[in-house]
Write a protein that binds this ligand. Structure first.
Ligand code: DAH
Length: 345
């Protein structure tokens, strides 16, 4: 019997040693130590042994079983270690590989300009205000010194919705709204960027476009304040070395009125296709707020004065980024918009 146990032990040790994987090892365990395993059968058959043999064989079997179990456990650990190493090797990540490019959008050129203008004026103490795009004739024209039948209304081809309502043709409408909304009639310093509409549609005009309006009302505001402010505005936005030229003009809501030209930023004033050989590019309308406008806004023109200006943001964006067709700003063609990605990097 003892010999038999030793034989079983030898065989089991061999098989444990030679099992190639965890599954084979488990088969070995079942074969020798399982319920119907060879060693277990010997224990079960102990009843047929003589009382003297029983403890000897019993302890021998237990000893062999403990030894086999220990070895199997050790082998199992080896296998799981190998398994883990294999997995780590297979799933190794090469962190030196270049990553996939993350696609992201870019700011629309018009929004860029708006943000820049807002930042600049906020830094000079202005508030940013808004007004409705569907505007009344009263605010868009009448309160800006343009009564019904005034010939200057022809300067703007308007989209009327009803007799009284239209899509605003100019952000100047917000001048009147700001003055009316300020019940204490305290000084005003605002800009208003926003969408405007006129019945135009060609390479330099779009039926929907964007303007920014500026209005300052306070005591002792003079043309010098207007000139200084616009110089800062234009130079910060378009180029520090630009020259400004104030050309007398006419707007019903300002007196005197000026159109402001800047020296051509493409040719530096020598004359080119951008400035149509004149060396100058018109960028702004401006002037000293007309006393009638102040009066209608509830401000006493004897005590208060102000300046106002307005400019097309589309034109500024076109100049700044070299865009030749205004309609590109409104078509949202990604091939166009993608070109502004680089400005964010
Ligand atoms: N609203 C004018 C336009 O759309 C531009 C303008 C001119 C605005 C003179 C002003 C101003 O505030 O003072 O053509």
């Amino acid at each position: 019997m003892e010999e038999n146990i030793s034989k079983i032990k030898e065989e089991a040790l061999n098989e444990i040693k030679n099992s190639e994987d965890a599954k084979k090892l488990n088969d070995v365990r079942v074969k020798y130590l399982g319920k119907k395993g060879e060693l277990t059968s010997i224990l079960r058959g102990m009843g047929s042994l003589s009382p003297e043999e029983r403890p000897i064989i019993g302890s021998k079997v237990n000893e062999v079983r403990d030894e086999l179990e220990g070895l199997i456990k050790q082998r199992e650990e080896e296998f799981s270690k190998l398994e883990l190493e294999k997995k780590l090797k297979e799933e190794k990540i090469d962190i030196t590989l270049p990553s996939k490019k993350v696609k992201r959008g870019s700011k629309h050129p018009l929004n860029r300009i708006i943000e820049e203008v807002e930042d600049l004026f906020v830094s000079m103490g202005y508030d940013v205000v808004t007004g409705p795009e569907l505007e009344t004739d009263e605010y868009c024209f009448e309160r800006l010194n343009l009564p019904k039948g005034h010939p200057a209304r022809d300067m703007q081809d308007s989209f009327y919705i009803t007799e009284e309502y239209l899509l605003r043709t100019q952000t100047s409408a917000v001048q009147a709204r700001t003055m009316m909304a300020n019940e204490e009639k305290t000084p005003i310093r605002v800009i208003c960027p926003g969408k405007t509409y006129r019945r135009d549609d060609d390479a330099t005009h779009s039926h929907q476009f964007s303007q920014v309006e500026g209005l300052v009302v306070d005591k002792n505001i003079s043309l010098a304040d207007l000139k200084g402010t616009l110089e800062v505005f234009v130079r910060k936005l378009l180029g520090e070395n630009l020259e400004l030229r104030f050309r007398p003009s006419y707007f019903p809501f300002t007196e005197p009125s000026y159109e402001v030209d800047v020296s051509c930023f493409k040719c530096g004033g020598k004359g080119c296709n951008l400035c149509k050989q004149t060396g100058w590019i018109e960028v702004l309308g401006s002037g000293i707020v007309h006393p009638n406008v102040l009066k209608m806004g509830g401000y006493d023109p004897e005590k208060y004065s102000g300046f106002a200006f307005g400019t097309g943001l589309d034109r500024l964006a076109m100049f700044k980024y070299g865009i030749t067709d205004i309609r590109l700003l409104y078509q949202n063609d990604v091939r166009f918009l993608n070109q502004f990605d680089r400005l964010d990097r």
